[in-house]
Ligand binder design. Sequence first.
Ligand code: GDP
Ligand code: IMO
Ligand code: MG
Length: 426
Amino acid sequence: MGQVTVLVGAQWGDEGKGKVIDILTEEVQYVVRYQGGNNAGHTVVIGDKKYVLHLIPSGILHMDKTCVIGHGVVIDPKALLEEIDLLAPQDIEVEGRLKISDRAHVIFPYHRKIDELREVRKKGRIGTTKKGIGPCYADKVARIGIRMADLYDEKYFKNRLKSIIEEKNTVLKHLYGSDGFSPDAIFEEYRGYAQRLKEYVCDTNFLLSEALKKGESILFEGAQGTFLDVDYGTYPYVTSSSSTAGGACTGGGVGPSRIDRVIGVVKAYTTRVGEGPFPTEFGPELMETIRKKGGEFGSTTGRARRCGWFDSVLVRNSVEINGIDQVAITKIDVLDELDTIKICTGYNYKGKLYSNIPGIPSFLDGCEPVYEEHPGWKCDTSGITSYEDLPENARKYLARIKGLIGTDIILVSVGKSRKQTFIYKS
Ligand code: GDP
Ligand code: IMO
Ligand code: MG
């Protein structure tokens, strides 16, 4: 049997998964996305070239690997084709090595529209990417979704689309006072996309189980992060899919007993995009400094990311939820200039100290983080290529994180490029 690795983001997304996936892809034959959609933005920097992948697995930049978009992903075919078309002139040919699940659900313009209209509200806004992700997953669960394979049964597709749009148009008109959509126009538009994507669509579950039997290895690429997971995250400020490791089974096509290891990607501090609680969020001055130094602007929407101190309670929880065996720690270099660096080790809530996240509603909104302070290392780490060369205070910071989160570190990253990465040594 081939080896199966699941890689997840251990915080609120944008931990540097793209970079770590690119490195781990060397060891596998398949890279598989199992949830989310083009709300993701995974950055890979190779030499002086930067690639941002949204739907296509980051492994696509390795020309000898096969990349799979599993059935747990929601696919906006227009966005997918744009991504394919953007890669082609950069000599990244996807033909023959991109596989799309025939069971993946499809995002339609009415999903994007409803997502946008909901986001206009001031109260209860999630701060979504407005890509139609939530409404598409909602339709999937409500059993009024359309899957990739459905696009190829034109009679079925046309009839189903007609009855779904009838319902959507009623909601759009009466609830939002918005224009509706023409089923015929969408049918024609999507028929075109379906034709262009036909060569990629297949039974990816069969493909992956056959690959494993042949001894080939698979890397599952999580999108978003643990605390954006619809079940484990800071609900309702989450995305609509299972971004944690278990999602690889429900959305990727392998059973739990096939998974050999789970790797978490952890940023050396914390960020989040959109609304929702964030106990260790910086005040304005530090926010500005770290955002600028870390380039903390959304890879998908360009929105400024909220930044804060490392929260060990969250990441320890993430280690448990995902069954993380090892973590890769990214963006150590972003902390280079700080005099002191704080780590959150617990929360104070109504006079009681917590070292976990209890199920009290609004706990994370109302708690006060408890910090310990560490001296900074005050030197440039971006050129460092081995663990031994890291300044002592940086090594101490990593060792403390390791102790607090209770798992091993495998990789340390000090910059965007492949070569700014080295193995951790304890
Ligand atoms: P993902 O969604 O988890 O793949 O992360 P993103 O690509 O959205 O955001 C991570 C950003 O940090 C990207 O711009 C990466 O190029 C960059 N990055 C990754 N690792 C490092 C690092 O160690 N240091 C610095 N300075 N930047 C990094
Ligand atoms: P990657 O894979 C960070 C956030 C949005 C919003 C919430 C719901 O690059 O780490 P959605 O459009 O999914 O319904 O929005 O989730 N969000 C992300 N934040 N990184 C991402 O992906 C995200 N994908 C969604 O900002 O708060
Ligand atoms: Mg991202």
